[in-house]
Design a protein around this ligand. Structure first.
Ligand code: GLN
Length: 350
């Protein structure tokens, strides 16, 4: 079966929802001039509309929303689903109120072709930035699959005539840090997220991200700790040093393969490699698609790494030793640049 998917990569400006929405609308209409273009799925990044690097729970508070009380992010995602009659997946900051207790989550909502919110996923493994703005972990750590039914025939009797009857796809959602070892402490080869996807027999894996560039000054702390000049700075001075460094960095206009290869490595269970899982449960005609929707841009000392792409795993080659994009059992489709906004519109085989 085939799906047409759109992955939108923008520089989400912190606290400027209107601006971010306009950018997404413009990118979509640049590639899909008519809303009747038969699109199946739009993927937006982690906290795409609000920006990600909030300073505290008070700072993020005006942007929190919930499946029972929509704000800018959910209303916008719903409007996209209605406009394009497609599924929309959007990252947004959630507030859940239960028995007078408020809990914040880094979440992702799934809207169906009719604009109904059918699923709400909460990020399971948190990154340090999530904790700064008070996000809680998803208490359910099982990475449960969801079934997305992509059937687009309005009349169910005519769908019976359709050759492609079974349009229900087992899917998984993982938000950014979910791909990493839990707290960077779990064994690297536990592959918590991807082995769950593998065991769930998920064929469509959707990853809204705010993944950092390997050149982000915010993660270069080790070298700095060894520098005698930087050791003398107060923590505020050191922070402004990092922000200045981030401002000066200019990333090249190309995808970052260090990052893409790391993502491939984190999906090791799907790769044909002597040490990977066997036998593969998917046939030679089937493909597993990982839709990676990252963002670009800078927020203080953080630089995001773009390089949104589709990782497509197949079972039609011999086992090979490489664990990167040179392994023939994975294809990197349409990678975007690490420093430029853009959109992927791609027909994928499943
Ligand atoms: N470890 C990831 C990164 O380096 C996590 C970021 C996130 O969860 N937003 O980008």
């Amino acid at each position: 079966m085939k799906l047409k998917v759109a992955i939108v990569q923008i520089n989400s400006i912190l606290g400027s929802p209107k601006q971010n929405i306009t950018k997404i609308q413009n990118l979509l209409s640049s590639k899909l001039p008519s809303s009747s273009s038969s699109l199946d799925l739009i993927v937006l990044s982690e906290l795409a509309i609000t920006g990600y690097n909030f300073k505290s729970s008070t700072h993020i508070k005006p942007y929190l929303e919930s499946p029972t009380n929509y704000g800018t992010s959910l209303n916008f995602a719903k409007s996209l689903s209605l406009k394009y009659k497609c599924f929309t997946i959007i990252g947004y900051p959630e507030i859940n109120v239960e028995k007078a207790t408020e809990t914040i989550y880094n979440s992702c909502a799934v809207f169906d072709r009719k604009g109904e919110l059918i699923y709400n996923y909460r990020k399971t493994f948190l990154y340090e930035t999530d904790e700064v703005w008070g996000s809680s972990e998803n208490p359910n750590k099982n990475f449960e699959p969801i079934i997305l039914n992509f059937d687009n025939t309005e009349d169910s009797s005519s769908s019976k005539l359709d050759n492609n009857l079974n349009k229900s796809i087992i899917s998984n959602i993982g938000i950014c840090m979910d791909l990493n070892p839990y707290k960077f402490e779990a064994p690297f080869n536990k592959f918590e997220f991807s082995s769950s996807c593998y065991n769930n027999r998920s064929k469509l894996i959707i990853c809204p991200m705010a993944w950092l560039s390997p050149n982000s000054p915010s993660i270069k702390k080790q070298e700095d700790q060894e520098s005698p000049t930087l050791q003398k700075l107060s923590s505020e001075q050191y922070q402004s040093h990092l922000v200045k460094e981030a401002q000066e960095i200019k990333l090249p206009n190309e995808p970052n393969y260090e990052t893409i290869n790391y993502w491939i490595l984190r999906f090791f269970p799907f790769l044909k490699h002597p040490y990977s899982y066997y036998p593969k449960w998917f046939s030679q005609n089937e493909k597993i698609n990982v839709l990676i929707c990252n963002r670009i841009g800078k927020e203080d000392s953080i630089i995001y790494g773009g390089s949104s792409c589709i990782l497509q795993f197949n079972n039609s080659h011999e086992i090979e030793d490489s664990i990167d994009s040179s392994n023939s059992s994975v294809e990197v489709l349409n990678p975007l640049c690490q420093s430029v906004e853009g959109i992927i519109v791609q027909d994928i085989d499943l």
